[in-house]
Design a protein around this ligand. Structure first.
Ligand SMILES: [Zn+2]
Length: 411
């Protein structure tokens, strides 16, 4: 089998070429909304590079781009590798792009390996409002009826905006999609970590074994709005003071959860105070919480701890307090066998490869229930992502590429 060496230089050139297409001045960040001309040019760059290698290139009915080596027919089993090239507004150079250029480098260096490159469409969800739209449509978790209701800012629907890129709503369905998921040996997505864990430890990469589960809550404290000048401290029912105590209690609980299971996080992301006036004791304080963990047991026991904290603060302060969980997504483990393949590949190459969980959702999480799936994280400088300062070391990106090569070499 003809094999060539992974080239750090080529990987960085590809990242630079894709970064060259941005709707705005790259100094203020990279803007490649799905279906924009910069997104189309970056996607065409990937397609052209694949065609130059003799690959066959196709788009599926959700606008995801696929490329296979000339010697690999579309019916044969293959490893699926790739990620996305759309960005958030003023995003970074590496998010998504790293996984795509590694897939391209696999096509260049492993011309006889059964590898299919994929560029997922609309991963960030900033164009049509639903993240991971391309993979959801492929997995069949988003029916065509629902997709039909989506509109971009100009009021154009998915079919209209994506027609030039292969989008065909009448083919979004398990029968007509044309890229059966049981055709794949597995999906390996390389992605920047978007957290500081690996960078702080000076490690290049990690095997992502789980995508964190997520519970989101909304709730509030109810007291009595009253005059800030004439109501004695002892007579107050201050909803904001209750909420403030709750927020700090949640921060402490979050740290306990993280100590019990690393990667667990708890955030009070929104607080609304009524009437929010300088001379009125707040009568209402509404909050929204986001709780994530790789452990479903911890998500369940943590839910009970959060509710106990809420009712104890409410009771102590004479405030009405309540909350409801409006989203409950369980933690999703990736394929243990494929994770093990990646670990063994790291060991073979002498690259230390710890396990990690992903706090963010990715296309891999959408497809994981449909085919063996795993992810590799590459260290992100200072954990910064969705920001023009995003950076990953070229040698770490190349190391991740070599791990994927070794992992799929076993057939
Ligand atoms: Zn991403």
């Amino acid at each position: 089998m003809r094999n060539f060496e992974i080239s750090e230089e080529r990987l960085i050139d590809d990242i630079g070429a894709i970064a060259g297409w941005s709707e705005s001045d790259p100094a203020s960040g990279y803007d490649r909304p799905t279906f924009s001309s910069s997104w189309a040019s970056a996607r065409e760059y990937v397609a052209d590079e694949a065609r130059r290698l003799g690959c066959s290139v196709k788009a599926d009915p959700a606008g995801n781009l696929h490329a296979r080596p000339a010697g690999l027919s579309w019916d044969e089993p293959a490893w699926l590798c790739g990620s996305h090239i759309d960005t958030v507004p003023s995003g970074g150079k590496y998010d998504g792009v790293v996984g795509v250029v590694i897939a391209l480098e696999l096509l260049r260096t492993q011309p006889e390996a059964p590898v299919e490159l994929v560029v997922f469409a609309e991963e960030e969800g900033t164009t049509l409002g639903i993240a991971m739209l391309g993979s959801r449509a492929w997995a069949g978790t988003l029916p065509a009826e629902q997709i039909k209701t989506l509109r971009n800012r100009a009021g154009i629907d998915f079919a209209g905006a994506g027609a030039a890129f292969g989008v065909a709503l009448d083919k979004i369905g398990p029968e007509s999609f044309g890229f059966p998921l049981d055709r794949y040996k597995g999906l390996i997505e390389v992605h920047v970590e978007q957290g500081a864990g690996l960078w702080k430890k000076g490690l290049p990469a990690a095997v992502v074994t789980t995508v964190n589960g997520r519970r989101q809550y909304s709730g509030g404290f109810r007291g009595v709005a009253n005059h800030a000048g004439s109501t004695a401290m002892a007579d107050r029912l201050d909803a904001l003071a209750g909420a403030a105590e709750f927020v700090l209690g949640l921060e402490a609980l979050g740290k306990e959860f993280d100590a019990l299971r690393s990667g667990s996080v708890l955030t009070t992301g929104a607080l609304t105070i009524v009437p929010n006036a300088v001379n009125v004791i707040p009568g209402k304080a509404d909050f929204m919480l986001d709780f994530r963990s790789p452990s479903n047991e911890l998500l369940a026991s943590g839910d009970r701890s959060i509710r106990r904290l809420l009712s104890s603060i409410g009771g102590k302060r004479g405030l009405e307090a309540g909350m409801e969980c409006f989203e409950n997504l369980p933690a999703l483990p990736f394929d243990p066998e494929l994770c093990d393949r990646l670990r063994q590949a790291g060991a073979k190459l002498g690259i230390p490869l710890p396990d990690a969980s992903s706090g963010a959702l990715h296309d891999s999480a959408i497809l994981a229930p449909c085919l063996p799936t795993a992810m590799l994280f590459v260290a992100s400088k200072d954990g910064i992502s969705h920001n023009p300062a995003e950076f990953s070391r070229p040698e770490d990106i190349a190391a991740a590429a070599r791990i994927v090569v070794a992992a799929i070499a076993r057939g």
